[in-house]
Design a protein around this ligand. Structure first.
Ligand code: PHE
Length: 480
């Protein structure tokens, strides 16, 4: 029985953890569980949770450094186009599939498609991506924790220039340190997801997201007082194509999927906790806008500091971990800023990590009848161990490069961001545009012909073709 949001709020049962279906009589995946699903308490809670998933390391760690590596403005412009033309339509499609089916990403397709399991592979691919992304994500979350720790103890800002630049490489060289912080980050993620949709994810998103916004606004105001502020603006917003390469364009499309948490069923899962009649379009646009604005503001803050101290914007993945601490140590109030900044990154990372874990937990509890706790322990341990391999990629396993000369960490990152997420997003938009078709698109956004045709055009053609070009280009079949 599907449960409306309103009744979910009224009925105390709606909050109750899904019934445990440990009975072996349950044929896996055949008898679908019809039980009261947990639902978000309000639309705002959903927006905060979905924005929490979207806003993460992708916005604060990855976006600034890939924008920096690709010369700034022109890359940003292409990225914005990808978000508008591909990201938002695929986000709407994903949320709709979850919302209408009220199922986890593996069962959702069959539910909407006359019980045919043909498309469940898209959901399974998403589960696979979740394992990979969360494992390396948690290691980066661990770096953030270590920097936060060093900021709080005052160690980070008390070092001289030379010492500070060696902090990050020194952290990467210590397997035990990386594993300890990875463990802490995973434990925080497990703890929140264990609480369930309302008492865990919703509650924490309502605390972490507003705090994140306040910290970012504070840092933004501070960055406006820096001499590098205008340079940062012109770096990010004047579209010089000098440094934009083919690889940069690909990175922009891949990043549009990564940053909006698309292509792996995360948004589908969050959509499935939404009341069936809740309108999706405005919410999707709000989430995409918040995600984009926060990436840009984080970019402005970071590059204002970078330019003020005459550093190179092409700092690569170490940009926020090597370049920023160096500058915090020189700034007035630097240690406070450093604590604020790494708290911000930690909160952003956590709200994304919980959404990834929730996706797999939803499949395990609903399809395999596990309790939340069992699912988290079993699945969590596998993800945790994969994360340990990612942590070792920087030291003990640095020379282990099983595929295409990539370490395990890089492999998981590239495989998901550059292949699995765009591919998943492409299939989801084909499913929505072609298999579900115009009737469902109309149901999503109402009868306005202009918007229906626009969304249909994006999901049927623009998004799949965009991703196809992305792949053909990556494979070297076409060159543009
Ligand atoms: N969107 C998150 C970020 O920007 C990462 C993420 C990817 C989360 C895929 C969930 C699913 O950091």
């Amino acid at each position: 029985m599907k449960q409306s949001n309103l009744s979910a709020q009224k009925s105390p049962k709606a909050n109750v953890e899904p019934v445990s279906y440990n009975t072996n009589k349950l044929q896996r995946g055949v008898i679908r569980m019809e039980k009261s699903r947990q639902h978000w308490g309000s639309r705002l809670s959903f927006v905060l949770a979905a924005a929490g998933s979207a806003i993460g390391l992708g916005n604060i760690w990855k976006f600034p450094y890939i924008a920096g590596e690709n010369g700034g403005g022109a890359f940003v412009l292409i990225y914005l186009c990808c978000i508008a033309a591909i990201g938002i339509p695929v986000l709407i499609a994903e949320l709709y599939i979850g919302q209408k089916s009220q199922k986890n990403p593996v069962d959702a397709f069959a539910h909407l498609n006359g019980n045919s399991d043909k498309f469940a592979i898209i959901g399974w691919a998403g589960v696979f991506s979740s394992f990979l992304i969360l494992s390396f994500y948690s290691v980066v979350g661990g770096w953030v924790l270590e920097f936060l720790y060093q900021s709080i103890t005052g160690n980070l800002t008390s070092l001289d220039d030379k010492q500070i630049t060696s902090v990050f490489p020194a952290i990467l060289a210590k397997p035990s340190l990386l594993i300890v912080w990875h463990t802490v980050f995973m434990a925080l993620t497990f703890g929140i997801v264990l609480g369930g949709v309302k008492e865990g994810i919703e509650k924490w998103s309502r605390i972490l997201m507003p705090t994140l916004l306040v910290i970012l606004i504070g840092l933004f105001i501070q960055s406006m007082t820096l001499p590098g502020f205008t340079d940062a603006l012109s770096f990010l917003f004047s579209p010089s194509t000098a440094k934009l390469t083919k690889a940069g364009i690909l990175e922009a499309i891949g990043h549009a999927f990564f940053t909006l948490s698309l292509g792996m069923g995360v948004m589908m899962t969050y959509g499935s906790y939404l009341d069936e009649n809740e309108s999706l379009v405005k919410t999707s646009i709000t989430v995409a806008l918040l995600d984009t604005v926060i990436a840009l503001v984080a970019g402005i803050v970071i590059f204002s500091i970078v330019f003020t101290y005459g550093h190179n914007p092409e700092g690569g993945p170490g940009l926020i971990f090597s370049t920023l601490p160096l500058m915090f140590s020189k700034m007035a109030g630097g240690s406070f800023l450093s604590i604020a900044f790494f708290t911000l990154v930690l909160f952003a990372a956590l709200t994304s990590a919980i959404s990834i874990l929730e996706t797999v937990v939803a499949v395990a509890t609903e399809r395999y009848g596990m309790t939340r706790k069992q699912a988290i322990i079993k699945i969590g341990s596998i993800i945790y161990l994969l994360g340990v391999l990612c942590a070792l990629s920087f030291n003990e396993l640095a020379d282990f490069k099983p595929v295409m000369g990539l370490t395990i960490f890089d492999l998981f990152d590239k495989l998901t961001a550059n292949i699995l997420l765009p591919l998943g997003g492409m299939l989801i938009s084909i499913y929505y545009g072609w298999v579900l078709g115009p009737k469902h698109v109309e149901k999503t956004i109402g009868g306005n012909l202009f918007f229906v045709s626009g969304l249909l055009f994006c999901c049927r053609l623009l998004a799949p073709l965009g991703v196809l070009l992305f792949f053909l280009n990556a494979l070297g079949v076409i060159d543009y």
